[in-house]
Design a protein around this ligand. Structure first.
Ligand code: SF4
Ligand code: SF4
Length: 473
């Protein structure tokens, strides 16, 4: 099965319950943003720009849990900002699991290994051979340093009693990956992030977690690269992939113009371009474990129309329930019920090729249209069977690992082709004599000075790309 049985049953029961009750609108996935603080400044991210004046604010834990209970979505995607910066992230995950929800932690991956170490320290039992062998494997694969392994072995009572994020079939790490090394580091505006994400994914799999990747496709995205990305992460054993087209929402567009001096049209996709980029998504769905319904995949490939059901993936954050959708903001409401009631939903989306709101014109994103496929809006004969068959058919086999695949994946900073290489070389040339350490940028020196994100940056080293990267924590 592409998605575990218990989770599929949970979602199906939720939909059937509301269909029987004839509930006009209900939530399937809650996008919960406990904070908007982030340790990256990705190109195209509207969140950290739209909420730039409230980056220090956080939704209290009890309010997050109350929001999940109020909308009662079976799935909660904890996003942000970077959710692992939220001080009560462990309690939030635990509370949502107690409520019986399927939880996705949408992370940029930089703090993930820290959380995984805390988990392992809390549960590590030296008399358990499986724990010993996992610790040794993490060391052998350079996903832990000797010091970190010692800290796990010698965890004190405080570390043992800490609330930690534990593996369960109800939880997925959902790691933001927008391409292979060069592209991903370029989009997140920091070198070393891809390598750290790969290390985090591998460590999570060794410790028994479910992991998915979460990819946004932009105008410049090379489809061949996306396929290689699926192959690479499939070979690492990830459990699924979510993929969605990039959307030119206002905050991201403004940032592109002001900060980067770029025309947003060079970056984001129109509807027609989305259909071209996603022309092969049905093939990808057969070869890889792509999450989402085949009906939504047909929509992305341009084989059918869907109407927007943004109310089914509501967003809750420091200002309340964000309407009409994850991407556009016309208002915030104190409750989900009030948002459902007060928003004129007929004003949004694209119907029969005509945008009801000009801002919706190029939008085909999952948070507007993926639920439409599951809910049977625009139903065509056989859709339910198609969705059922897709989910219940065997999960595609992991792609075989090969040195060539790994070589294609680490095509950026790991092989000296980072997007900052030119800038680094130029500065080195003016500050160091030719041949001096650092003059070629391959000495392990930090590149934080040049990083768009500012702050501490993973060192660029020449060690094996699959070896544990320098943690972002
Ligand atoms: S990781 Fe990137 S896309 Fe995600 S919130 Fe941070 S800046 Fe935005
Ligand atoms: S089509 Fe729906 S999800 Fe997309 S921008 Fe419009 S309201 Fe939001």
């Amino acid at each position: 099965m592409r998605f575990p049985l218990a989770l599929s049953v949970k979602i199906a029961r939720h939909i059937v319950k509301h269909k029987l009750r004839k509930t006009p609108k209900f939530a399937l996935v809650l996008q919960l943003e406990p904070l908007h603080t982030c340790n990256l400044t990705c190109t195209g991210c509207g969140r950290i720009r739209e909420y730039s004046t409230s980056l220090k604010d956080m939704v209290p834990l009890d309010q997050c849990l109350a929001a999940a209970a109020e909308c009662d979505a079976p799935m909660v995607s904890i996003c942000g900002g970077e959710p692992l910066i939220y001080p009560k992230i462990e309690e939030l995950v635990a509370g949502l699991l107690v409520q019986g929800r399927i939880v996705y932690i949408c992370t940029n991956g930089l703090f993930m290994r820290k959380k995984l170490r805390e988990y392992f320290a809390a549960v590590y039992d030296p008399s358990n051979p499986s724990h010993q062998s996992r610790l040794q494997r993490l060391l052998d694969e350079q996903l832990l340093t000797g010091k970190e392994a010692d800290a796990i072995r010698r965890a004190d009572a405080a570390a043992k009693n800490r609330v930690v994020i534990r593996p369960t079939p109800w939880l997925y790490w959902n790691v933001h990956i927008d391409g292979l090394e060069y592209t991903h580091d370029l989009i997140v505006e920091r070198e070393g992030v891809f390598r750290e994400c790969v290390a985090a994914v591998r460590m999570a799999k060794i410790l028994g977690f479910q992991v998915a990747t979460n990819t946004t496709v932009y105008r410049e995205t090379d489809v061949q690269e996306i396929e290689d990305m699926f192959r690479f992460f499939s070979a690492l054993g990830v459990d699924g992939h979510t993929i969605s087209p990039g959307y030119d929402y206002d905050a991201a567009k403004k940032d592109m113009v002001r900060r980067l001096g770029k025309d947003p049209k060079e970056f984001f996709l129109t509807r027609e371009m989305t259909r071209q980029k996603f022309a092969k998504i049905l093939d990808w769905g057969r070869e890889f474990t792509i999450f989402g319904t085949p009906v939504y995949q047909e929509f992305l490939a341009g084989r059918r129309e869907l109407t927007c059901t943004a109310w089914a993936i509501p967003t809750y954050n420091i200002r309340g329930w964000k309407a009409p959708c994850y991407l556009m903001t016309d208002a915030h409401y104190p409750t989900y019920a009030e948002m459902l009631q007060k928003v004129d939903w007929a004003k949004y989306g694209v119907v029969n090729g005509v945008a009801r709101d000009p801002r919706c014109e190029n939008c085909m994103v999952h948070c507007g249209y993926d639920p439409s496929g599951a809910l049977g809006t625009n139903y065509q004969s056989g859709d339910h069977w198609k969705n059922f068959k897709y989910n219940f058919s065997p999960r595609p086999k992991p792609h075989p690992w090969s040195p060539e695949l790994e070589r294609r994946a680490f095509n950026g900073a790991s092989v000296g082709k980072g997007h900052l290489a030119q800038a680094r070389a130029a500065v080195a040339a003016t500050s160091a004599p030719a041949g001096a350490p650092g003059s070629n940028g391959k000495d392990g020196s930090h590149v934080g000075t040049f990083c768009g994100a500012g702050g501490e940056t993973a060192p660029v080293t020449q060690r094996s790309p699959t070896a544990g990267a320098s943690p972002g924590d």
